[in-house]
Design a binder for this molecule. Structure first.
Ligand code: ADP
Ligand code: ASP
Ligand code: MG
Length: 412
């Protein structure tokens, strides 16, 4: 039997009624002759609630128990989806991660897949099951503990299953009808893309566009999974949504394809750091060990053997970062005069594979921001993206200005 993977995100399974609507979509694919693996998220808001409960109970929590709690939202929707399908006379059953078993690393709250054996589920398909409903976002470590894959991880579960089972396609059903030039909730001028290249989607996702988890795009690229993003609220035809595909299959030829942003960033500066070989390793080693996701880094000009070192990280990690560098200082590994944290910054990025062969994109970007009097605090670039850190209050303005400046509302 040909096989499809269909993933439903939180808003698409937020109520029993929406689960019924999603189940009808699954039913239509079964009627079309497919076996289906359905990956479900927790009902919208549930994971946030569970994360909040963990934090309230234990501020520096045991990550294994964090995973035990926050993985539970998906278990509820998997069971409810299987029941709904059974009510429609479709042979279905639910699978929690450990039952498959979805084997992952032991990196709790950001685990990665190690192996997804397909024999248990395939045996059930052979026995007549039409739909396997799998709880997204979770797995099990070799120690036998429940793990989770990081926020938004159900997308990655879906792509990994599509690869492991050789699915014809992986359809990600969500609350927007595809991937846009920027978050349509921020910019009314955002335009839906019919296709986007893996490389561009990878950058957009890792720079904050949460429509797909970064890792899911990485896996789709590596295993050549046919990945589609589409609306769970609208009728979709063959060409609905956005196809994430290889660069050669793209017809648009714009230099910049999208604008991404990440709202909750912080800029941390260590002042009067001793400027000597090995100092960057002495600072960023302990930060890495503490699990801080350091993003942009700037080392300023040295003056009399001392320099300021600036980096950005997610705002919720600032306290932990502060603890890590203070401990390194207490151990005598580094010295600095003070730590200044600016917690009101956001990151805005422009992304496009066309940048590889076009000069001047950075200048154009900086000009557009300067015309709106938006001050740039830190800049980083790579082959196909340019990111800037700005005051959070200018975020919407900056996204609009860049969207206009690169004429993203027009197809190209
Ligand atoms: P789900 O619960 O289905 O996984 P998410 O909330 O994780 O849904 O992702 C969908 C959301 O991603 C949209 O509602 C939209 O606000 C946001 N988003 C951010 N950037 C983009 C983009 N470039 N294109 C489409 N959606 C985007
Ligand atoms: N429920 C998890 C989250 O909210 C995983 C997901 O929905 O993809 O992050
Ligand atoms: Mg998501």
């Amino acid at each position: 039997m040909p096989l499809l993977v269909m993933k439903f995100g939180g808003t698409s399974v937020a109520t029993l009624d929406r689960i019924r609507r999603a189940a009808k979509r699954v039913g239509r694919e079964v009627a079309n002759g497919y076996d289906v693996i359905v990956i479900v998220s927790a009902m919208s808001g549930e994971t946030n609630k569970l994360v909040g409960w963990v934090g309230e109970t234990s501020p520096f929590y045991d990550a294994r128990e964090y995973d035990a709690v926050v993985s539970s939202g998906e278990n509820v929707t998997a069971g409810l989806m299987a029941l709904t399908l059974q009510e429609m006379d479709i042979p279905a059953r639910s699978w929690q991660g450990w039952q498959v078993p979805i084997m992952t690393t032991s990196a709790h709250s950001s685990a990665r897949f190690v192996d997804i054996p397909n024999d248990n589920i395939n045996r059930k398909f052979d026995e007549g099951m039409k739909v396997a409903v799998v709880a997204g976002f979770q797995g099990v470590s070799k120690e036998g503990r429940i793990t989770t894959l990081g926020r938004g991880g159900s997308d990655t579960t879906a792509v990994a299953f599509a690869a492991a089972f050789g699915a014809e396609r992986c359809d990600i059903y969500t609350d927007v009808d595809g991937v846009y030039t920027t978050d349509p909730r921020i910019s009314p001028k955002a335009r839906k893309l019919d296709r986007i290249a893996f490389e561009e989607m990878l950058e957009l996702a890792s720079l904050g566009a949460k429509v797909l988890q970064t890792r899911s795009v990485e896996l789709a690229m590596r295993y050549k999974v046919r990945l589609r993003v589409l609306s769970s609220f609208e009728d979709n035809n063959e060409n609905a949504g956005t196809l994430v595909c290889a660069e050669e299959d793209i017809v648009e030829s714009k230099v910049v394809s999208g604008v991404a942003f990440s709202r909750d960033e912080a800029k941390v500066t260590l002042t009067q750091v001793e400027d000597r070989p090995g100092i960057a390793a002495a600072i960023f080693g302990p930060l890495a060990d503490a699990g801080i996701n350091v993003d942009m880094i700037v080392q300023n000009i040295s003056d009399e053997g001392h320099t300021d070192m600036t980096f950005s990280c997610p705002v919720e990690q600032v306290k932990r970062a502060e603890k890590a560098v203070n401990e390194a200082r207490d151990r005598g590994e580094i010295s600095f005069a003070g730590l200044v944290a600016d917690t009101d910054v956001a990151k805005v990025s422009v992304v496009g594979i066309g940048m590889r062969s076009h000069a001047g994109v950075a200048a154009q970007m900086f000009k557009a921001l300067s015309a709106e009097r938006v001050n740039i605090k830190v800049i980083t670039t790579s082959e196909i993206k340019i990111s800037v850190l700005i005051d959070r209050k200018y975020l919407e303005l900056a996204v609009q200005a860049l969207h206009d400046c690169f004429e993203l509302e027009k197809a190209g």
